[in-house]
Structure formats: structure tokens, C-alpha cells
Design a protein around this ligand. Structure first.
Ligand code: TYD
Length: 208
């Protein structure tokens, strides 16, 4: 869907920070038609679902329950934030979206890509991103850079092998559908990555 851009990457890669820097740049440069949001959460009910998903005490959560909760949060967030903004002609940047479910639940948890793609088709319908920015840094280096995983976050706390599968999962999706992605090397400094991100957005005509 035009004007709908998602940002993906492994935990600790700096996605959230890069999105914040981009938001600041847009505000300072008079782009007032941009909406920055994130998943899971991003709106009142969706944030309540996020708390359940990420609560480190919920160690017994079934993998399929987790997949449905991410989709549930996504449906609500689409209704509350994404759809109204797109209808008003705004550009929406969303920190994580369906590709996170494909790789974390489908491949990382091993529920199977097909099942999770189907679940998300039901959840989002035609609301697929115009393109997806992938911040490319392997999880080992990403965690090293941020000083280790956050053990109070149920997803970050999962063993390293899981995050390696997630990273390989992203690589597989990108190899299969390269036209859907803009891959950015995120191994440099924050500012270098930010400049690369802006370059992509200028090239794609999102920034002018
Ligand atoms: P968050 O703290 O927002 O991580 P980040 O800042 O790296 O985005 O937590 C989101 C976590 O949820 C992250 O570990 C990825 C995971 N996730 C899924 O497993 N499936 C999904 O569909 C989404 C949106 C996120």
C-alpha cells in the first residue's frame, strides 16, 4: 500500500532509535505529513496486548497464542492508527509489522511460514507495506553493541540460537522477494545508518 513503510531488523539493531532520529529530522524539516508508530502496541488496546506478550513472567505462553496476540495487536493498531493516517494522505512509518511475525513466530518459533503468512493475511488484508526497510546487523553483534539482551523482555530473553534463526529468516525473505525490501547495513555508527536510511527515502521519493 502506497505511503506505508515498515522498518524491520533483529532485536538490538537500533531500529527504534533510528526511527526516532528520522522523526526528529522530519519535524525539523517541515514534513508534517508523517506518522511514526510501532508494533506490537502503538495504540491504547494494542499496548495492553503488548504488555501481555512481552511480560517476562509469561513463560508458559503457547507459541500459537503468541502469534495470535501479535496479530490481534496488529489488527487493532491498523484500525486505530495506520488506516486513518493513510486515509488522510499521510506517510506511515511502522517500526515492525508482518515480517516480524513471519520470522519470529513462523521461523524462530518454528510454527511455519505458511501458517503465519495466512494468519496475517486474515489480519491485515490489503494493508501490506509499499516497501520494508531492513536494518541489517546480525543479532550477535547487535546484542554486543547494546551491552547484552534485556532479560525483562520475554522475546529478547530467548536464547541466542532463536535470534540467529530470526536473522536467517529475514535473509531468506529478502532473497525470495528482494523487490519488497531496502536493505541497509546497520553495522556503522548511528549517524552513518541514519544517513543511509534518509538516502533510501530520498531515492524512493518519500523525502524530497
Ligand atoms: P520491542 O521491545 O519493541 O523490540 P524492538 O525495539 O527490537 O522492536 O519488542 C518487540 C519484540 O516483539 C521483539 O523481540 C520482536 C517481537 N515481535 C515478534 O516476535 N513478532 C511480531 O509480530 C512483532 C511485531 C514483534
Amino acid at each position: 500500500m502506497r505511503n506505508f513503510i515498515t522498518i524491520e531488523g533483529c532485536d538490538g539493531v537500533g531500529k527504534t532509535h533510528q526511527t526516532r532520529l528520522l522523526k526528529q529530522f522530519c519535524e525539523e524539516n517541515g514534513y508534517n505529513n508523517m506518522v511514526f508508530t510501532r508494533e506490537p502496541g502503538g495504540s491504547d488496546i494494542a499496548e495492553q496486548i503488548r504488555k501481555i506478550i512481552l511480560d517476562a513472567r509469561n513463560t508458559d505462553m503457547d507459541d500459537l497464542c503468541e502469534a495470535f496476540l501479535y496479530s490481534a495487536s496488529r489488527i487493532q493498531h491498523l484500525k486505530d492508527i495506520v488506516k486513518p493516517a493513510l486515509e488522510q494522505g499521510k506517510v506511515v512509518f511502522c517500526d515492525r509489522y508482518v515480517h516480524s511475525s513471519y520470522v519470529y513466530q513462523g521461523l524462530g518459533r518454528g510454527l511455519g511460514l505458511e501458517k503465519i503468512v495466512l494468519l496475517n493475511e486474515i489480519a491485515v488484508g490489503e494493508y501490506m507495506p509499499e516497501f520494508t526497510v531492513f536494518l541489517d546487523l546480525n543479532p550477535e553483534n547487535a546484542f554486543k553493541r547494546k551491552g547484552g539482551a534485556d532479560k525483562t523482555d520475554r522475546m529478547e530473553a530467548v536464547e541466542q540460537a532463536f535470534h540467529a534463526k530470526v536473522y536467517q529468516g529475514y535473509k531468506k525473505l529478502i532473497a525470495e522477494r528482494p523487490e519488497c525490501f531496502e536493505v541497509i547495513d546497520a553495522s556503522g555508527t548511528e549517524q552513518q545508518t541514519q544517513m543511509k536510511l534518509r538516502e533510501v527515502l530520498f531515492r524512493r521519493g518519500v523525502l524530497r
